[in-house]
Design a binder for this molecule. Structure first.
Ligand SMILES: [Zn+2]
Ligand SMILES: [Zn+2]
Length: 617
């Protein structure tokens, strides 16, 4: 039932992408002062006071965002708000009501022209979206902390931070770590500027093209943190990416990194002139992962934060905003980050090609690749970008990742543009053109320079750069689900994709397994595979193969005893009943993907390969 509903939604949404403009009524600006008090670390409670001056009218609405730009998930940050109070010019209490779960409406009749809203926020999540405040630090992402005054997101705001004695504070606003008062041109900039305050922050910086790049590291359990290797790696990335793209409008950029071995999951989040990078591991042990994340997040400085889809700035924080273009925002950023790691010398040619081959394998092993397009995956990000799902879904069989397919579309577009222009133009020329066209266009909203693009304008830019018509490419591979033409495009650069069966591979039964104390639990059944043909389903428990227990032996090891095509009895527990079900084994899966050199290259192939791998920049 749910799957049918999802598919119907996907079909409808491919017909008409709905993009809702986040329009703001024009109201006389308020004087807005935000005061952040970091006084209760043991309870993980930060206190926020928002003083709004020059208020008029019957009421003022204070709204907590439902989501945070860059993470396409409804988190309802209001759930962590407590102890809301409102007072007027003389400190008198003002009545308020909850208009909905995220809006506090304050009655202004007795306010005297000034309202102070005060509330506390529980903050104990270290990641790029929520916030954490404890005795070691405060790492704050604005959307999870700061309410906005409805109708007044365009108004300038002042932020003052009361932090414990001895803490250093660094953010995209700060010029020194002792600064405590900051000015933001509007609410969007306030929450686009994460803040790290603590006693243990280690700092480094370097210059590139006259810009200051700052590195702030908070590392748990690693006291002798030497930032030199990290700084050197970041310098190579910044140098390479700034050479790839037009000069951007920022004075300083801040990498805020956390190395925390005990967290469940790492994260990276882009911001206008900073990034939050949280690595599950230590600085010395996870340097390569940190640099890889940094290469992705720094490129967002152009692609996402400045060059952006129309829905992504200014933002409607109250609900989902939709764009079919996350394949470009996230996937192409991933692809360019691979190019950057290669061209900066941090990756070898072999690492680069093997990562691309791995991206191909990932997509080719997704059953959802025939059901969901890159545009549809982007549009429906709200279902799976770390969304807080408590219900069962069939995403393992029905979806793809716009990161993964977008990266492959980036690779194919890059190769195809280079092929059609004899190596004269590349995907980076498309991104640069888009940047000039949209970010450097006349400012359309309070949010900042330029305007957002529509999906069709990506195709127009590709056509302009390549001097050809890519409509068929976009119809088949971006809007459609046709198999991607890897070898056709790799051949242009003298390369070829090889897919083979690794030695000693067992026959396949077509499931995604979950380990269970008693055997192998089926997490997903691949449509058409051996398990599907035998009628097995999700959550069924495989207990034994031919009476040989799966509690004591690995499934693959058991399967290696049989040839493909054999009919093998499995003991299966399904819907509470144990039964014997015969499966006819499929051949082993060709799961080895490599990109290899072709021999006897033409000069054209050599030119394109050199331009692709080394760049012209
Ligand atoms: Zn920290
Ligand atoms: Zn990203």
């Amino acid at each position: 039932m749910y799957l049918a509903g999802l598919l119907a939604t996907l079909l409808l949404s491919t017909l008409a992408w709905e993009v809702r403009a986040a329009e703001e009524p024009v109201l006389a600006p308020l004087q807005l002062d935000y005061h952040l008090l970091l006084t209760h670390p043991n309870l993980h409670l930060v206190t926020v006071e928002i003083t709004a001056g020059k208020v008029a009218g019957d009421f003022l609405d204070f709204t907590m965002p439902a989501w945070s730009p860059g993470r396409y998930a409804i988190y309802d940050f209001a759930k962590n708000v407590q102890e809301f109070v409102a007072t007027g010019a003389q400190g008198q209490s003002l009545p308020w009501t909850n208009l909905d779960k995220q809006t506090w409406r304050v009655d202004l009749h007795q306010a005297g022209g000034i309202v102070k809203a005060r509330y506390r926020v529980f903050a104990n999540d270290l990641n790029g979206t929520f916030s954490q405040f404890d005795s070691t630090h405060a790492n704050l992402n604005g959307s999870s902390i700061f309410m906005y005054v409805a109708g007044h997101k365009p108004d300038p705001v002042t932020l003052t931070v009361d932090a414990p004695q001895g803490w250093q504070l660094i953010s995209g606003f700060s010029d020194s770590t002792s600064e405590r008062t900051f000015h933001a041109p509007n609410y969007d900039r306030l929450v686009d500027t994460p803040l790290e305050a603590g006693a243990a922050t280690k700092l480094a910086q370097f210059q590139e093209q006259g810009k200051t790049i700052r590195v702030a590291v908070h590392s748990y359990g690693d006291d002798n943190t030497d930032l030199s290797k990290l700084r050197e790696g970041l310098q190579k990335i910044v140098h390479t990416e700034m050479a790839m793209m037009p000069a951007a409008d920022f004075e300083h950029y801040t990498f805020i990194l956390h190395f925390a071995p005990d967290i469940s999951m790492g994260d990276g989040m882009e911001h206008l002139n900073s990034t939050q990078i949280i690595i599950r591991g230590s600085l010395s042990g996870s340097l390569a992962e940190a640099l890889e994340t940094a290469a992705h997040e720094f490129f967002h400085l152009w692609n996402a934060k400045r060059l952006r889809p129309a829905a992504l700035g200014p933002f409607d924080y109250t609900r989902e905003v939709y764009t079919p273009s996350l394949w470009l925002v996230e996937g192409v950023t991933t692809y360019v980050s691979y190019l950057s790691l290669l061209r900066s010398g941090l990756w070898t040619r072999e690492q680069f090609l093997s990562r691309l081959a791995e991206e191909i394998r990932t997509l080719e092993e997704e059953p959802g690749r025939t059901l969901m397009s890159a545009e549809s995956s982007s549009f429906h990000a709200w279902f799976y970008d770390r969304s807080p799902q408590m219900q069962e879904t069939n995403f393992a069989n029905s979806t793809i990742s716009y990161y993964n397919k977008g990266a492959l579309l980036g690779m194919l577009l890059d190769l195809e543009i280079q092929s059609r222009t004899q190596g004269a133009k590349s995907l980076l020329d498309v991104l640069s053109l888009l940047y000039h066209k949209f970010y450097e266009a006349p400012q359309e909203t309070y949010y900042g320079p330029g305007r957002g693009y529509e999906e069709k304008e990506i195709l127009e830019a590709v056509n302009e750069v390549a001097g050809g018509d890519f409509t068929a490419f976009f119809d088949s591979y971006v809007r459609g689900t046709a198999p991607l033409p890897y070898n056709n495009d790799l051949r242009a650069a003298g390369l070829s994709l090889q897919i083979s069966v690794p030695g000693n591979s067992p026959p396949s039964i077509g499931i995604t397994p979950l380990l269970d104390d008693r055997g192998v639990r089926i997490f997903a059944v691949q449509p058409g595979g051996a398990a599907d043909r035998a009628g097995l389903g999700r959550d069924d428990l495989l207990l034994a193969v031919d009476d040989q227990s799966l509690a004591t032996e690995d499934l693959d090891k058991r399967l290696r005893a049989y040839p493909p095509g054999a009919s093998v009895p499995f003991t299966v527990e399904s819907q509470g009943r144990e039964e014997i079900i015969n499966l006819t084994l499929d051949p082993p899966v060709a799961s080895s993907y490599t990109i290899q050199d072709l021999s006897g290259l033409t000069s054209r192939q050599t030119t394109i390969r050199n331009h692709w791998l080394r760049g012209k920049y």
